[in-house]
Design a binder for this molecule. Structure first.
Ligand SMILES: O=P(O)(O)OC[C@H]1O[C@H](OP(=O)(O)OP(=O)(O)O)[C@H](O)[C@@H]1O
Ligand SMILES: Nc1nc2[nH]cnc2c(=O)[nH]1
Length: 189
């Protein structure tokens, strides 16, 4: 199980973004090319391990979108995207997001108080993105049933859990060591 995912991650090229070792992978970049079998397996793993008694899947742009789409097709649950684009719609909420290599704004739309959601993104690394997003969703009184970061890089997941009180489900934990992705564990181990 997850052999294709592990092989693909271990083969990830590493590029520097300043001092930050950024791995490049189909799950987190759509580059190199994503295989449908790998995307399907990831959606099924999430579906099997996470409480799917929810009203909506919520994706973070950009690299949560294909994961949310696959999960939506596997479960028939609708999804909405937290965009990097501002629409100015009524009720829109702005979030400031900071990663290990950049920052931007995110915009929450079309989520109602009490709605049961699963939040999904590709990677948790420093935890900056999930901390600001989960805290904003809490301020909106959204019922966060689950939060998923398919790939856990480094120690950011623990920080998110400490800062938000919300457990994060991840499929693979990895780190970049000596210029290579090293898998530390997977949900199948
Ligand atoms: O835990 P963190 O350090 O916050 O890193 C995780 C975030 O970094 C990436 O987003 P990025 O801003 O690069 O945008 P993208 O999804 O548009 O590539 C990734 O998709 C996560 O959202
Ligand atoms: N693709 C990719 N996305 C990230 N998001 C946060 N860190 C990383 C990384 O190293 N690679």
């Amino acid at each position: 199980m997850l052999e294709e995912v592990k092989k693909s991650l271990e083969a990830s090229p590493i590029v520097k973004k300043g001092d930050y070792n950024y791995f490049v992978n189909p799950i987190s970049d759509g580059v190199p090319t994503m295989k449908p079998s790998m995307l399907r397996e990831l959606a099924n793993v999430v579906k099997e391990h996470v409480d799917m008694d929810i009203d909506k899947i919520v994706a973070i742009e950009a690299m949560g979108i294909h994961l949310a789409t696959a999960l939506s097709l596997a479960t028939d649950i609708p999804f909405v995207i937290i965009r990097k684009r501002q629409y100015g719609l009524e009720g829109e909420k702005e979030i400031s997001q900071k990663t290990g290599y950049g920052s931007s704004k995110l915009y929450i739309n079309d989520l109602k108080e009490g709605e049961k959601i699963l939040l999904i993104d590709d990677v948790v690394s420093t935890g900056g993105t999930l901390i600001s997003t989960l805290n904003a969703l809490k301020e909106l009184n959204i019922d966060i049933k689950a939060a998923v970061a398919v790939i856990e890089k480094g120690e950011g997941k623990k920080l998110v859990e400490k800062e938000t009180g919300i457990p994060i489900f991840s499929v693979v934990k990895l780190d970049v060591i000596d210029g290579k992705v090293v898998i530390e564990k997977t949900i199948a181990d």
